[in-house]
Design a protein around this ligand. Sequence first.
Ligand code: DGT
Ligand code: MG
Ligand code: MG
Length: 311
Amino acid sequence: MYFRALNRIFTKFSFTNKCETALYTRSMACSRYEYVKSYEQDDKILPNVWIVIRVDGKKFHKFANAHKFEKPNDENALNVMNAAGIAVMEEFRDIVLGYGQSDEYSFVFRKDTSAFKRRAAKLLSYVTSMFTSSYVLSWSQWMQRPLSYAPCFDGRIVLYPSDENLRDYLSWRQADVHVNNLYNTAFWKLVLESGLTNQQAEERLRGTLSSDKNELLFQEFGINYNTLPAMYRKGTILLRKRVVIGSQDEQKGRQAIVPIHEDLIGNEFWKQHTEILGKYVPGKYVVSSLNRHLERQLAKQLEKEATIAEI
Ligand code: DGT
Ligand code: MG
Ligand code: MG
């Protein structure tokens, strides 16, 4: 009791002093309520750690059904996700890599970023809301039907102290897309083409290994899983690159955020894109032929010359 009274006097006293000083130095509004600001917690992230922010769609099984997404992969819907990911990386220059699959996107900030003074809540809420608003803005560029309700995304921050931890995190997400996509591809073939009910397809696949599902796809549907679009099998990696198109003079390459669909679990990826873990200088990306999706994702960025020059 006695302690609480003392504490109240102390809080009031220090507040009065602070407020009076503020009144002399700048014309800020002070009120007796201002002490509540001291209740806000410091959420500054530790120095020298990889900051990963992952956003994930809320109840996207329902959202995908409501908007008639193709099963198991809707190319255009995945491109809306990629366009939103690109928009986030255009806004937050300290993100060195984005990785998207299904209804989720992960963003990796440079270890030494000082963006928003490394304040966790600011970083997380800006990235999540930027991703969501960009998803909505990009929708009509890829989808035929209109949005029937507002999508929303959750967001989380995870910190990884070592390069190995970061690589394992990204490998985990890419292994996840492989397992899910192989299962879903076989499942929907059985349902949509062989006429099995969902339950029958589930029973048919229960306990099967990857090799069994590969064999089933090949024997029953003539599908070589490894030839399906890489975006479905590997997800999408977004990297900042100096883009050189065709035989264009290399010096004329302009920086853009490029979607690629490579294996990132093996060492080859990290040898090829050394800028991610090393001192960050965007690598070169030579596009020999623009496929229609890459062209659309890049064209929008390359149009915005002024923005790109600043990256
Ligand atoms: P959550 O995240 O707990 O709120 O719940 P969901 O339903 O978002 O579950 P999650 O995130 O584990 O799984 C993603 C769902 O999104 C999954 O049910 C399939 C759906 N989805 C994502 N991309 C596609 C697509 O391209 N086509 C179809 N048909 N569905 C997709
Ligand atoms: Mg989800
Ligand atoms: Mg998900």
